[in-house]
Write a protein that binds this ligand. Structure first.
Ligand code: NAD
Length: 340
């Protein structure tokens, strides 16, 4: 059995990545489309064989409740729309897969979790990296203390942005700048790899004065997180640097480095082991996966077997709690403790 998905929002990610990979899924299939642009939707529907009666606008989105062919709603809209479309989707009785960042605040995340619980539907946040083979391997190396205890983590996610008109550069729509969009990969992946929560953060942010890209969002966010046993993670996200997506984990007797750590493809995992005076390097080759297909199939299997996903709403909420502490630290210039 393949679970039917309604795709909400036909932007870049939906059209370039998600819908094509949905075609390669084992347990998931495209069942409906939701868009405000009916002309575009008609073209996409024709291309992928979606019937006109399975195409919805934002206005009649709630009618999905009468479409039994749809079991999951995948929300791929600007961040400020995630909450509304999650709550309406849950009320329509559908399981929800929501893109990262989950919303624009921890308070919104709590409302989304509550609405899904009340409706008795599952909520998963699309943290594809937690299902990616090289990242899973790195987590295993850390857990098994392959190179001794981990002491320090560095994570960077940077790219060069160009269009100040895009919603990503409008604070009210994006909920912030580099942090919730790309910094969240450094944050979420570090928590995932260490299987631990930070107890304190310290942050610095910057936007070049007068740059229209950053009128009300940050260009740079740089922060440190303190974990148990004195482990520090040093992270940065930047909207004005040459592309970088790296992870480096420093351990007692070696290091682990991943290039393209957060990319759709191309991950390269290298390790180094201390052997006396020598450092023995190894490239760990692993087959790549279609990350969005794997993520959707994971959720579909959770539905088929009535299990919670590995990245439920609570996982998204946790990142928002920490991001709020990061912003508070950047604004006050002081470390901020996180209480659980
Ligand atoms: P996009 O701008 O390409 O697409 C957004 C879609 O929303 C467009 O179809 C647009 O028409 C529609 N939309 C509806 N109302 C809008 C409004 N008021 N303003 C602007 N657009 C509106 O964005 P995207 O890159 O596809 O991102 C969509 C979501 O997916 C975001 O939450 C983003 O963070 C997430 N995303 C995740 C990944 C990932 O790797 N998991 C990658 C890219 C984007």
């Amino acid at each position: 059995e393949r679970i039917g998905y309604a795709i909400v929002g036909l932007g870049h990610l939906a059209l370039e990545e998600v819908i094509p990979e949905l075609m390669a899924c084992k347990f998931s299939r495209l069942a409906a489309l939701v868009s405000s642009d009916e002309e575009k939707m008609e073209k996409v529907a024709l291309q992928y064989g979606v019937k006109p009666e399975a195409c919805y606008t934002y206005d009649n989105y709630d009618d999905l409740k009468d479409n039994d062919d749809v079991k999951v709603i995948y929300i791929i809209l600007p961040n400020d729309m995630h909450k509304e479309f999650t709550i309406r989707g849950a009320k329509a009785g559908k399981h929800i897969l929501c893109e990262k960042p989950m919303a624009n605040s921890a308070a919104e995340c709590r409302q989304m979790i509550k609405a899904c619980k009340k409706a008795g539907v599952k909520l998963m946040i699309a943290y594809r990296i937690q299902y990616q083979p090289h990242n899973l391997k790195l987590k295993e190396l850390i857990k098994n203390e392959q190179f001794g205890k981990v002491k320090y983590v560095e994570a960077a996610n940077g790219q060069s942005s160009a269009n100040p008109e895009h919603w990503r550069h409008v604070g009210a729509q994006a909920g912030g700048g580099a942090l919730p969009d790309i910094g969240i990969y450094c944050l979420n992946t570090t928590r995932f790899l260490l299987d631990a929560e930070p107890t304190e953060v310290f942050a610095y942010k910057y936007s070049t004065p007068g740059d229209p890209l950053f009128k009300d969002t940050e260009e740079l966010i740089s922060w440190q997180m303190k974990f148990k046993d004195g482990i520090i993670a040093s992270c940065m996200a930047h909207y004005k640097v040459h592309e970088v997506k790296t992870l480096r984990v420093h351990a007692e007797h070696g290091w682990m480095f991943m290039d393209k750590a957060f990319a759709y493809a191309g991950q390269q995992l290298t390790t180094a082991r201390a052997e006396g005076e020598m450092s023995i390097q190894e490239n760990i080759g692993l087959a790549e996966t279609k990350q969005f297909a794997v993520e959707m199939d994971h959720f579909s299997q959770c539905i088929l077997n009535d299990k919670e996903s590995d990245t439920p709403g609570e996982e998204g909420l946790q990142d928002h709690i920490i991001m709020e502490a990061i912003y508070k630290s950047a604004e006050t210039g002081k470390p901020v403790k996180i209480k659980y």
